[in-house]
Design a protein around this ligand. Structure first.
Ligand code: UCC
Ligand code: FAD
Length: 801
């Protein structure tokens, strides 16, 4: 008996020692670089509020959100293709944890923050920082959020084009004069003083009411987006890979037929995708010129898929939390034009539009005439007049007067507290059953009227909006003035406006003109690549934080790990990599924020075009290396799935593949150089110079500064001298830009008012690297024709080619 009780390994007893697991602390307060970066860049007026939110959120991502994160991996999605009776249903089953992530994303404003612009030029940085904290605890919900952000960006982007003054047009419209004529006169001071914003746009494509959903903070309203580019033939080379065809329908919509080989957002509400428009004979244009961009919603109001079949969910190395599927598009309805107007206080007049109109939270007058499509108006307080309409009208939560005449379609009016007049309809009227005038007053319920031909007018506003001949998307939010849009064929997004906006006769830059699909989706790529990089940097940060904590809890050979200089050196090297990636991502996020509020310089815009692919390709590689090294810091436990650690490495592996592989992004760097005729490199050199200049006189940084200065010279000289081999050298060249750029940023940060001794040390360590690997490889003759041939022979040695 004595023996049985005293031996700790008998029966159910497995020994007394239990290793303390690593603990997650507050992910914001523990991140000194993140805090000092914000302190350096966020104006005083916003800093305290942002910091308080991040500190609260930094705790959440280490506690309740982290628990959901682990559950998302354990309860990965499945698909039920048929019901019990064999009926094809393609039901995607996701975990409650995954769906909770959706709600949290909305409530925390993880997309909204960037578009509300409540924090000026720091709005985007604030959002990026919050996402940075969130990503490693997101159960990969960061992925649908990336695409939602990219989709919102596509829509918003359309607002930045040419200036057009239209004072005369505004007055003409106000006085009922024909407004269809074009006007491209630039702004007169009189109107500028009154806050006139003029925008000229184009692009003959329809879209939907996505923007307000994508940027909502209400979980019931918030949408995520997909991004369907990859098909079986190719994901990098979409120009040759895309086989999906789009067939135009008599109502102006399109039906898409194709096979999307990877869809990581099968539970998304909407998506942007590429297809080739077939002409009447069924012919399509090959190559990139044949690709157009389409908007589609995945499910109808009944929840049924939009003629989409989920063929299967992919069996993946990582990202198992994500419902990545192969999708058959079998006549999915897609659109090429949408008008979205939210939070407006004025008059809206929309005429001759062919698409979808969504107006929410409006306080004013809306007039829509000659429209052929769908109109949705919610939360309106004013007058709505719809005439000559051929489609569907839905009006909810209205408090005012609605007049609908000559309509041939469906009208649904709910929650109305005012007067509704519907005249001249030629169809079915539910609730009234007449064929003449319908007047409904003091109604507080639902009115459904079908088969009419109508229009919409609203009052109670503080201004005027007129939109005519539109074929695209218009989003106007927070407006207090006059907006006139005529002859539009594209997307317009106007937010936080307090003046006059006139958009007229635009046919300039296009997001999705026929054949401009790749250029159209490139805005989305910029955003998703930024998200990819912030996920890379933050997964490195998470790994380092966990390994650092573990080093204080784990003992070996008689000491805790933290007391072994060799182990600390390993952690320190990981920390330097992490800080480099983190700073690069924060800088690009900051630059994007400047661009979005219109204060970025031309140099900064050029720099961003260069740094986005560089950042994406470089941080992806770093993330894999740090995740791998990090797992080793936990010894055998790092290999055990239940710890939640191996998933960091498995998920990091995708960061270099999706959103463009390393080589493809290296080639994108060359594309950016070619398109800007070297402008991006010039901007890069100028920017590095400015950063280094800020460290002038800092003795301890002189060595590092000299190395980076030499590095930028070498990069420029290499590009100038080696144009013929640049493609072969593209990867090393892009790595060189990344290392030099990060070096300059680390030096600048160390030398700034917030820099610490650790920042100086990080900069020094970083600059000890080979900053320009392309030079060493070139000196070793790596890009010569002989080497290319030798590489080929080596690779295929023993292989029957
Ligand atoms: O993988 C995907 C989703 C994964 C899940 C989401 C993860 C988000 C992060 C989450 C973190 C947890 S979606 C699939 C992503 N696929 C790609 O990234 C495709 C990679 N391949 C490329 O990037 C290629 O370089 C292509 C597709 C862009 C090449 O197409 P083309 O048509 O052959 O290229 P062109 O002819 O050179 O360019 C066509 C136009 C040009 O405009 P113009 O004619 O005005 O000069 C280009 O300048 O597109 C323009 N363009 C760009 N513009 C091309 N790339 C860009 C760019 N990056 N920025 C601006
Ligand atoms: P390929 O183009 O076949 O590339 C193979 C190799 O060739 C790569 O190493 C590449 O770098 C190299 N290569 C290609 N061209 C060149 C060249 N010119 N010079 C030198 N090297 C070259 N796609 C979507 O559209 N939507 C999604 O939601 C989505 N989700 C995904 C989820 C996961 C988990 C994964 C793994 C992928 C997803 N993808 C998605 C697809 C992804 O974007 C593509 O796989 C990726 O862009 C690469 O394309 P590919 O598979 O055709 O590779």
């Amino acid at each position: 008996l004595w023996l049985r009780n005293s031996i700790p390994f008998a029966r159910a007893r497995v020994g007394n020692f239990v290793q303390e697991p690593p603990q997650l602390g507050n992910q914001y307060t523990q991140d000194t670089l993140l805090r000092s970066f914000l302190k350096r860049h966020v104006p005083e007026q916003y800093l305290a509020e942002i910091e308080a939110d991040l500190e609260r959120f930094g705790q959440r991502v280490a506690t309740d959100i982290y628990d959901l994160h682990l559950r998302c991996e354990r309860e990965s999605p499945t698909v039920e293709q048929t019901d019990a009776w064999g009926q094809r249903v393609d039901r995607l089953i996701t975990s409650t944890a995954w769906r909770d992530m959706h709600d949290i994303a909305a409530q925390e404003g993880l997309i909204a923050l960037a578009y509300e612009r409540n924090h000026g030029e720091s709005s985007r940085l604030y959002q990026i920082t919050k996402l940075y904290l969130y990503a490693p605890s997101s159960g990969l919900y960061s992925c649908p959020l990336a695409m939602a952000d990219g989709a919102a960006k596509i829509i918003e982007f359309m607002a930045l084009l040419h200036g057009v003054n239209v004072a005369a047009q505004v007055m003409a419209l106000l006085h009922g004069v024909n407004v269809a004529s074009r006007c491209t006169v630039h702004g007169s001071p009189a109107w500028s003083e009154r806050g006139v914003t003029t925008i000229q746009l184009s692009s003959p494509w329809l879209i939907e009411r996505a923007f307000s959903h994508l940027t909502s903070r209400d979980p019931a309203v918030f949408w995520t987006s997909g991004q369907w580019m990859t098909e079986k033939r190719g994901g990098s080379d979409v120009a040759r890979g895309t086989e999906t065809v789009a067939i135009e329908q008599p109502d102006g919509t399109y039906r898409l037929y194709g096979y999307k080989w990877f869809s990581s957002a099968t539970d998304a509400d909407m998506t942007f995708t590429l297809a080739r428009i077939a002409d009447k004979e069924g012919n399509t244009v090959e190559g990139t010129r044949g690709l157009s961009l389409f908007y589609l919603e995945l499910r109808g109001p009944d929840g049924k898929l939009n003629n989409i079949q989920i063929q299967k969910l992919k069996n993946k190395l990582g990202t198992r939390q994500l419902p990545t599927a192969e999708l058959l598009l079998d006549g999915s309805t897609a659109f090429r034009g949408v008008v979205v107007i939210t939070g407006h206080q004025g008059v809206v007049v929309i005429t001759g539009h062919q698409g979808i109109v969504v107006i929410t939270g409006h306080q004013g007058i809306v007039v829509i005439t000659g429209h052929q499509g769908i109109v949705v108006i919610t939360g309106h307080q004013g007058v709505v007049v719809i005439t000559g309409h051929q489609g569907i009208v839905v009006i909810t939560g209205h408090q005012g007067v609605v007049v609908i005449t000559g309509h041939q379609g469906i009208v649904v009016i709910t929650g109305h507290q005012g007067v509704v007049v519907i005249t001249g309809h030629q169809g079915v009227v539910v609730n009234t059953g007449h064929q003449g005038v319908v007047v409904i007053t003091g109604h507080q319920g639902v009115v459904v009227i079908t088969g009419h031909q109508g229009v919409v007018v609203n009052t109670g506003h503080q201004g005027i909006v007129v939109i005519t001949g539109h074929q695209g998307i218009v989003v106007i939010t927070g407006h207090q003035g006059v907006v006139v849009i005529t002859g539009h064929q594209g997307i317009v997004v106007i937010t936080g406006h307090q003046g006059v906006v006139v958009i007229t006769g635009h046919q300039g830059i296009v997001v999705s003109d026929e054949g401009r699909g790749v250029a159209g989706i490139s805005n989305m790529l910029t955003l998703t690549r930024l998200h990819n990089s912030l996920s890379a940097a933050s997964s490195m940060r998470r790994m380092v934080n966990m390994a650092r904590d573990y080093s204080t809890r784990r003992s070996a050979f008689g000491s805790v790990l933290k007391d072994y200089p060799l182990h600390i050196q390993t952690l320190a090297r990981m920390e330097v990599e992490t800080r480099g990636a983190e700073l690069l991502v924060l800088e690009v996020g900051r630059l994007l924020g400047l661009e979005e509020v219109g204060v970025a310089t031309e140099t900064e815009k050029q720099l961003m075009r260069l740094l986005v692919p560089v950042m994406k390709l470089y941080t992806g590689k770093q993330a894999i290396a740090v995740a791998s090294e990090g797992l080793e810091c936990f010894g055998g436990q790092g290999f055990i799935e239940d710890t939640g650690l191996p998933m960091i490495l498995r998920d990091a592996q995708v960061l270099t593949i999706w959103e463009g592989t390393t080589n493809v992004l290296s080639l994108d760097v060359l594309r950016a150089m070619a398109k800007s005729r070297g402008g991006v490199l010039k901007a890069f050199a100028e920017n590095v110079g400015t950063r280094l200049q800020s460290a002038a006189g800092r003795e301890e940084l002189v060595g590092s500064t000299n190395k980076v200065a030499k590095g930028v010279e070498d990069v420029l000289a290499f590009a100038a001298k080696n144009t013929s081999i640049l493609e072969t050298a593209a990867r090393d060249f892009a790595f060189s830009i990344a290392r030099v750029a990060i070096g300059a940023m680390l030096i600048e940060h160390a030398a700034s008012g917030v820099g610490t001794a650790q920042d100086v040390y990080t900069a020094q360590r970083w600059c000890e690297k080979d900053l320009v690997p392309v030079l060493a490889a070139s000196e070793a003759n790596a890009y010569s024709l002989e080497s290319v041939m030798a590489d080929r022979q080596l690779v295929f040695d023993g292989y029957p080619l």
